[in-house]
Design a protein around this ligand. Structure first.
Ligand code: SF4
Length: 231
């Protein structure tokens, strides 16, 4: 057992950024949050604002160093994001360690890898890629069913996010939400891409369709409009 604990603490993760900020893109928006941004992504979305996670050098950190950083902010949420965090197998023991510490843990994924492997205590935020992202059809089969199942077991444990660039994306996302009755079982968020879709237009469409989803603006980009990292 002690040997296992030592091994776990020494496991390595490729880290793009580690920082403390305000959660900006979920129903937890506004709360202080530690972000563990893992390097690497298997998609190449047209509007990607985190290209540095796969185009630039990253650090390699042992798990105990990451946990030590987390321990210095005991009251904060912890979000693991990317890139695509599920590409690194050591993310699973990291999640387990954070859950064991009693932390509220969010895991943001692009939906291309199965989410039924993630511990039930973790709050998954699954970004379903729309046609205008250029990464449509990347959603892993079974992930919508898995999202519903997670929420059935623990309500609120899997949020669905759609990042929208315009009217076509909105209609596609709206139809998927209605066809799957997604908003009946999962917290569902529509988020407009800054500079491509105005919040005012998106709000008008949502109200016109009486679509019971949450309009989500990227709070951190409103607070720090001139920063692109560490927020
Ligand atoms: S999934 Fe996220 S990090 Fe990966 S390319 Fe798309 S927007 Fe960028």
């Amino acid at each position: 057992m002690v040997k296992d604990a030592v091994n776990i603490s020494q496991r390595l993760l490729n880290i793009s950024e580690l920082f403390y900020s305000i959660q900006g893109e979920s129903t937890y928006a506004g709360l202080p949050c530690i972000f563990i941004r893992l390097a690497g992504c298997n998609l190449r979305c047209r509007y990607c604002d985190a290209r540095y996670t796969y185009e630039e050098a990253h650090a390699t950190m042992a798990m105990d160093a990451i946990l030590s950083f987390v321990d210095s902010y005991p009251g904060a949420l912890v979000e693991i994001t990317g890139g695509e965090p599920l590409l690194q197998k050591n993310v699973y023991p990291l999640l387990a360690q954070l859950v064991a510490k009693g932390r509220t843990v969010l895991l943001e994924t692009n939906g291309s890898l199965p989410i039924d492997t993630i511990a039930p205590e973790v709050i998954v935020i699954m970004d379903i890629k729309t046609p205008d992202s250029g990464s449509a059809d990347s959603l892993a089969s079974g992930n919508i069913a898995a999202a519903k199942a997670r929420n059935k077991n623990i309500p609120g444990s899997c949020e669905i996010k759609f990042v929208l660039t315009g009217r076509n994306d909105y209609l596609w996302a709206r139809d998927l939400v209605n066809m799957e009755a997604l908003n009946m079982s999962c917290p569902t968020l529509f988020s407009p891409i800054k500079g491509e879709l105005s919040p005012e237009d998106l709000a008008a469409w949502i109200l016109q369709d009486q679509l019971a989803i949450r309009l989500q603006l990227q709070l951190h980009t409103l607070i720090w409009p001139h920063l692109s990292r560490g927020i």
